[in-house]
Design a protein around this ligand. Structure first.
Ligand SMILES: Cc1cc2nc3c(=O)[nH]c(=O)nc-3n(C[C@H](O)[C@H](O)[C@H](O)COP(=O)(O)OP(=O)(O)OC[C@H]3O[C@@H](n4cnc5c(N)ncnc54)[C@H](O)[C@@H]3O)c2cc1C
Length: 473
């Protein structure tokens, strides 16, 4: 990096928080997934507050340096990998938590992880009820930037549904606040849709291409202390799908609802079954793993009865093995991490949403594709909010075998195309969607116009969303 630019950055954050050391840069060159090529940045800064972030961005603009924001670094689709020779802005030092119990809200700095926030809110019997399987390292800001979801989303929706406002440093260094807190006299975060069009939404799922989120204001809810777990068996996918839909229609408070196809369940139990204490069982073709949560004890009994009745009405039955959903729920901050470690992270993932009533279409797209490309994989997911189902299909490869990895990459690209054609909707625009999405030219040209208007020098994480680049959609 140009020594003048480096000096300017170092003066903003202090020498201690600006590094060009090779070992440090190497750490910032990759993310949690090994299936994306790493790129070494030319410097890393660790600002202490919003003012320093803003000054860093102004300096980057003056010197034409591309910037990649980074929080927990736990994303899996290569989206936090920096631009070669660019600047990484590590936001973990922005770690304040400001509580607003009367507003049922909390405001967290970009460096606050889900794990830390959960521990904090537990103290006042509250929670932000969305737990990605990476909660111990993932930050709220990073999850907002990818619009993620997780355990709890079956009832409460994606992280976007929790957001009341954001503080963002725009690509020119300007700081804006969205939501009710845009009024400097407001008592805090209590309304997201304030002052006309929803500016907050521009940054949700933006992968850092529109600015740096420096703080996130979120809804808090009273912690559900009363939980019930059960499994339900079905012989057809349609029955399992109808079960999920009817649970929502009848407002059964399902904090976790996941459909497992028999072969996927076996695969999953091979990894965690013993640890969760799941007994041996002749599982049906389709199993639903369900956790119901309620704040008050007297509310849960009727939900349990409703779930049993609905299962029978749609042609299924209660299995009665509680260890599976209980293990998944109790393990909600780590669950995917465990299964990932078993496979050494050598897989490519393809997060997307479909509808619960079309669950079978993702499954039916996945299996023939694996046969066609000769790759191994699986798909799993969970009910997430009003009428969507969050899928995370994975394709595995042998990292010692370049031909196998190439096959996995090709299958992954083709998979995104077939999924899009089947009606799937990505919640973040990771690079491979460029090959998958078609017929949305107008949509992406508008998004590109907005990007050009707020980031004329294209310094904010260029390339992270290929559909935002010229000729990309
Ligand atoms: C074991 C495991 C399980 C996982 N399970 C889930 C899951 O259940 N649900 C889920 O949604 N995800 C899951 N993930 C993926 C990942 O953990 C989440 O996407 C996570 O929220 C990313 O947060 P982060 O702080 O690590 O962000 P990072 O990886 O640091 O960044 C993610 C993206 O956001 C951008 N970014 C980061 N910080 C900011 C900021 N302050 N302002 C603007 N842009 C920013 C980055 O440039 C990058 O594009 C899992 C990952 C692992 C390793």
């Amino acid at each position: 990096m140009d020594p003048v630019a480096l000096k300017a950055l170092s003066e903003i954050v202090g020498d201690e928080y600006c590094s060009t050391r090779k070992d440090v840069l190497l750490t910032y060159s990759a993310s949690a997934s090994t299936s994306h090529e790493s790129r070494v940045p030319s410097a890393v800064v660790r600002p202490a507050n919003t003012h320093e972030v803003s000054e860093v961005i102004r300096a980057a603009n003056r010197h034409g340096i591309p910037v990649t924001p980074r929080c927990g670094g736990s994303s899996l689709q290569g989206e936090v990998i920096p631009v070669a020779d660019g600047l990484v802005v590590d936001l973990l030092r922005l770690n304040e938590i400001e509580d607003f119990p009367d507003l049922r809200a909390v405001r967290v700095g970009a460096g606050v992880t889900f794990g830390r926030l959960d521990k904090y809110l537990k103290g006042r019997g509250a929670w932000v009820p969305v737990y990605p399987g990476s909660s111990l390292t993932a930050t709220l800001a990073g999850n907002v930037a990818v619009n993620g979801s997780g355990f709890g989303s079956s009832r409460f929706g994606c992280i976007a549904e929790m957001v009341q406002g954001l503080e963002v440093v725009l690509p020119d260094g300007t700081v804006i606040q969205t939501g009710s807190e845009a009024n400097p006299n407001a008592p805090g975060p209590f309304l997201r849709y304030a002052f006309g069009p929803d500016l907050t939404g521009l940054f949700i799922g933006s992968l850092g291409a529109f600015g740096i989120i420096t703080s996130v204001s979120l809804k808090t809810f009273k912690r559900m202390e009363h939980l019930d777990y059960n499994t339900y068996g079905f012989s057809t996918p349609e029955q399992a799908e109808k079960f999920i839909l009817e649970l929502k229609e009848n407002e059964v408070s399902t904090v976790w609802a996941a459909i497992y196809e028999g072969r996927i369940l076996e695969f999953f139990l091979e990894m965690v079954g013993e640890e969760y204490g799941v007994p041996q069982y002749e599982w049906p073709p389709y199993t639903v793993s369900l956790a119901i949560g309620r704040v008050r004890e007297n509310q849960i009994g009727s939900d349990i009865r409703a779930a049993e009745e609905i299962a029978q009405e749609v042609g299924g039955h209660v299995i009665g093995i509680r260890e599976l959903p209980k293990g998944e729920w109790d393990d909600r901050m780590l669950e995917l991490a465990r299964s990932s470690y078993v496979h050494g992270w050598h897989w490519r993932i393809l997060y997307h949403h479909a509808t619960p009533s079309q669950w079978h279409r993702t499954v039916e797209t996945m299996w023939p594709l694996m046969d066609e490309y000769g790759v191994l994989g699986h798909t799993a997911g969970f009910q997430s909010d009003h009428a969507s189902y969050n899928f995370y299909p994975q394709i595995y490869y042998d990292p010692q075998d370049p031909a196998d990895e190439a096959k996995a990459r090709a299958a992954h690209k083709e998979f995104s195309k077939r999924l899009f054609e089947s009606g799937a909707v990505p919640f973040k625009l990771a690079p491979y969607w460029k090959d998958g999405i078609s017929g949305m030219d107008t949509y992406f040209s508008i998004l590109r116009e907005i990007k050009r208007a707020i980031d004329p020098n294209n310094i904010m994480h260029p390339g992270v969303i290929p559909l935002l680049e010229e000729g990309g959609g």
